[in-house]
Design a protein around this ligand. Sequence first.
Ligand code: PLP
Length: 397
Amino acid sequence: MTGALEITQLYDKYVVPSYTRSLTLVKGRGATVWDADGKEYLDFLAGISVVNVGHCHPRVTAAITEQAQTLVHVSNLYYTENQARLAEKLAGLALGGKCFFCNSGAEANEALIKLARLWGHDDGKYVVITMKNSFHGRTLATAAATGQAKIQKGFEPMPEGFAYAEFNNLESIAAQITDKTAAVLVEAVQGEGGIIPAEKDFLVGLRKLCNEKNILMLCDEVQCGMGRTGHWFAFQASGVEPDAFSLAKALGNGYPIGAIVTAPKLADVFQPGKHASTFGGTPLACAAALATLEVIEDEKLVEKAAATGAEFRSKLEDLVSKYDRVTGTRGMGLMLGLVLDRPAKPLVDIMMKNGLIALATAETIVRFLPSLNISKAELEKGLAIVEKSIKEWLGQG
Ligand SMILES: *Cc1c(COP(=O)(O)O)cnc(C)c1O
């Protein structure tokens, strides 16, 4: 096999340097990955909440393998069973309307934005209000929707039709509403923004505000959806339902697939010719997603994410009380952040050296997104590495 050095040299020469990369990984199983030197790592990131049922889950792998031998792709000009079954399943989990399938989170959010514009078009409504500190993707429109200057810098002028409000601040949203407002788009738990949950009152108030003003409430569930927070979808924790929401990351457990799920009132807004995606909802992608959903149900992973998340969080709280520079925890279910009083990257690097993969987010947050079926033993082992790494980081190791 090609060695790690040779691979990184090929990257240096032929892959555009748009990411800062570290390990060269060659294999994964459950919550464990291996690098090119055979070193083992506990993966507490799961591809940033993508492999929610673990790496190479046998049932997902079997579904992909079988479908790859039956029918991989036909145009969306034809009916296929897997897309029909997946749409039925997702609509049954929330909102009860219809679905549109695509390939990524950005593409799903693009679909939400286009849906809102089409819905509001005849009334002259097209502006989508998004939150400061949000993340919605890297295409031009979703980068414009993302309320972070660093994502937009260098790509100006940004597409118009977006306004920005403060997260968890209803007055700030109300202040941005005009007769051109079509929708408000929020993450029920901000991921890239630093694992910040929306307050229940905020989402309940937002639903009411949107009803009063006749504008759409849209949720980006790309990172916080699919059982991650101990609910199928994070907005369900507040008891309110948006008019539509987006999914991607964990939907196919690593096989690329994105989707939007709508309420009945928006189910028929996209008429023939209004939106499309060549690879959206292929038999293969939908086979992966159907198997992933079955695993989440059969292994009771939504409930498990809530229980394991609570245990994980209380152990992280112990670290907060023990170590000075570890100042707090935040999040929901198995979407957790450990808050430091300084940049998190050096600590995350030590964790990696010690065999645990996590991610530094929003400067000072260590972000943990392990697979939802992580075992008690793996959790304990991971926590031991976290504590050992904190000691080293503090110079006590
Ligand atoms: C990752 C992410 C996206 C973008 O998804 P891609 O598949 O990378 O396009 C959008 N919204 C949220 C909340 C995300 O975490």
